[in-house]
Design a protein around this ligand. Structure first.
Ligand code: GCW
Length: 659
């Protein structure tokens, strides 16, 4: 039986799957061959598209048509998720070895649109570069008094949890799974990595609710994962210890995991934040993180599950007067000595940068330094430090730079054998992502996880083509003008030259240059009247630069070879230091902050000019958000410029107003 396409609740934006995106496929004669649950999903999609656009879909017919489109599962070596597309003699044929591949093949044809049905097309094979393409939701079941329901969530409440339990009506969750499948995502962790008391119980007596969500995501090829507390044997099991080498603890986990698989047979596994920002972990028992991860890996192994163990381990109670402790070093120092000790089904999940999702960071030196460990790279789609979905900030170019960076011969995208993971930016907001244009971030993430060396601008073209199916070129050009450079614009008006932070403590929105300077969090810029930046060189600094392999250890070691955009991440320099751009540091700060605001003004004008091409609700929402972005960008400009003018005493070469 074809599975009906999920019906969006009234008022919810269809994002990149508006009905019109299916016009080209929906008007054809289509044959579907194969069986299995995901083939029913494909059939449901085609049935709905044909109902709308007048085509016809048949199943497993023996006649030869003619058909415009054949979607066929047949034995082959394309793997579970791969597919081929070919067009010959007026028929476009998608072949996959499994249901997931067929679904991805269908969405590929949808993306191609009319082009899928013109001319001839020689056979192309598509396979995801990374097997795990996962979203972590930092969603709480209960609303947290400080963080709200979704930690660092800027898109309303949780899509999964409502009124203290799993949502009764899961249509929207199904629709979410459908959107994610259309950009290639195949795994979701459904609760916050900071596991509070209520959420801890999802593992045991509340696993039924997880099973309900898993049931809604499964038809779109998405496996469900759960964040668990390392202290679960104590807080849920009543044991006196969570020591990973203790037999009673190990058998508690084995039994708990067996029950999880009873409820969710295709359960993906656990996500663990241990010994990090107050979460419990193996250090309390004098055990290593490999001991901790391997205990959970052993519990999951009989069922084919994976533990995603996060490497975000650092001292968050640092003394700001202590210059020898460097938070950027922490993940490498903790984990590199453990290389080779992790079980095959343990994945070490590493944030892409060594600090915390700043607008500019070097690539984490851990990536490439643990050849005998399966690493997953973690990105943050939710815009915690990049405008919180009130600012336009398309992160495709940043992620692409990270994924193409080569710590050694291989790129980050190739080294991420454990997959690509990202913190989701979606919530129950009618536009899914708060800022309607932040949908582009979610889509781009999925596509880069499928193909890490994809050209981000082409991914953006896809997103535009799907989201605005009948868009004239002027709309596409306008969207590119608004989005393409938005990450660099954001960088210009916020923390300069890789130094990071300078945000308001706690919620992290808006400027506060010294907000974290005298705090225990390890995120300092060390600005004084003479200069700014963190000396992370091996010669005179914290030694962090020496954690890289060559050539990077050498490139970053000296201010003469360090790329401008990372200069203050690696070096403490005077305000008069000349960048490779030829400008002094102080003049660079002034110029970029003035330019950044002007770029926001220009983007706002472009958006205003698109009023006749964008539906009113979306246009109005973005227009309102641009007002806030501009207000905030001006605030950033003025706080940062005034701060450095007053510290340095150096006037702006162009005599612009600095307070
Ligand atoms: O950046 C920090 C965030 C925390 C988050 C943490 C993490 C879930 O401010 O809110 O906690 O990172 O990644 O664990």
């Amino acid at each position: 039986m074809p599975l009906p396409v999920p019906v969006l609740p009234e008022g919810v934006d269809p994002a990149w799957l508006p009905p019109a995106a299916f016009r080209a496929v929906g008007g054809r004669r289509t044959l579907i061959r194969g069986s299995g649950p995901l083939v029913e999903t494909v059939h449901g999609e085609m049935a709905e598209a044909c109902r709308r656009f007048g085509g016809r879909v048949v199943r497993d017919a023996s006649d030869d048509g003619p058909y415009d489109l054949v979607l066929a599962v047949s034995a082959g070596d394309l793997g579970e998720e791969g597919f081929t597309v070919v067009r010959e003699g007026g028929t476009t044929t998608v072949t996959a070895s499994g249901g997931r591949g067929l679904l991805y093949g269908l969405f590929h044809v949808v993306r191609l649109g009319a082009a899928a049905f013109t001319g001839e097309r020689s056979q192309e094979t598509h396979r995801p570069a990374l097997a795990t393409r996962m979203l972590d939701h930092w969603d709480n079941v209960a609303v947290h008094p400080v963080m709200g329901q979704v930690e660092r969530g800027y898109a309303g409440g949780s899509l999964f949890w409502e009124d203290g339990r799993a949502r009764g009506d899961l249509q929207r969750v199904r629709a979410y799974g459908r959107l994610l499948a259309a950009c290639g995502i195949n795994a979701i962790s459904v609760n916050n990595v900071n596991v509070h008391a209520t959420e801890a119980r999802l593992l045991t007596d509340r696993i039924g609710e997880v099973a309900e969500i898993a049931g809604a995501l499964r038809p779109y090829g998405i496996r469900t994962h759960l964040s668990v507390s390392f202290a679960a044997p104590i807080v849920l099991g009543g044991l006196s210890t969570a020591d990973p080498l203790e037999a009673a603890v190990r058998s508690w986990w084995a039994e708990a995991t067996r029950r999880v698989y009873e409820a969710v047979p295709d359960f993906g596994g656990y996500v663990v934040k241990a010994d990090s920002e107050g979460q419990p972990g193996p250090f309390a028992y004098g055990r290593s993180h490999a001991d901790g991860a391997n205990m959970l890996a052993a519990a999951l192994e009989p069922f084919g599950g994976t533990v995603h163990w996060r490497a975000f381990v650092y001292d968050h109670r640092q003394d700001w007067r202590d210059r020898s402790t460097d938070r950027a070093r922490a993940a490498y120092d903790h984990f590199v000595p453990l290389d080779g000790e992790f079980a095959p089904n343990a994945v070490l999940q590493v944030k892409h940068g060594p600090m915390d999702f700043q607008v500019r960071e070097p690539v984490s030196p851990l990536i490439g330094a643990m050849p005998r460990t399966r690493l997953a790279v973690e990105l943050q789609v939710t815009q915690e430090y990049t405008g919180q979905q009130r600012h336009v900030c398309w992160l495709g170019p940043m992620w692409s730079e990270v994924l193409r960076f080569r710590p050694e011969e291989r790129s980050v995208g190739a080294l991420a054998r454990g997959g690509l993971v990202a913190v989701s930016n979606a919530g129950d907001d009618p536009f899914w992502t708060g800022h309607p244009l932040a949908q582009a971030n979610l889509y781009t993430y999925g596509r880069l996880a499928w193909q890490p060396d994809a050209e981000p601008r082409e991914v953006l073209d896809e997103w535009i083509g799907l989201s605005f199916p009948d868009a004239p070129a002027r709309l596409a050009d306008g969207l590119h003008a608004v989005l393409d450079g938005s990450w660099r614009t954001y960088e210009k008006y916020t923390a300069p030259l890789g130094v990071g932070f300078m945000v308001q403590p706690g919620h992290h929105y808006g400027p506060s240059v010294d907000g974290y300077e005298y705090s225990p969090w390890g995120t300092y810029h060390f600005a004084d009247r003479d200069g700014i930046g963190v000396d992370r060189s091996a010669a005179t600094g914290t030694g962090y630069a020496g954690q890289y392999a060559k050539p990077w250890a050498e490139v970053y070691e000296s201010p003469d070879t360090c790329p401008d955009e990372l200069l203050l991440f690696f070096h403490h320099v005077s305000y008069g230091h000349t960048l490779t751009s030829g400008k002094t540091v102080i003049q660079h700060i002034y110029d970029t902050h003035f330019d950044g605001v002007e770029e926001v003004e220009a983007a706002r004008e472009v958006w205003a000019g698109l009023v006749d091409l964008v539906d009113p609700a979306r246009h109005t929402r973005v227009t309102e958000l641009f007002e806030e972005q501009l207000r905030s960008a001006r605030e950033w400009r003025d706080q940062v410029n005034s701060y450095f003018f007053r510290k340095s005493g150096v006037p702006d070469a162009h005599g612009r107003r600095i307070y």
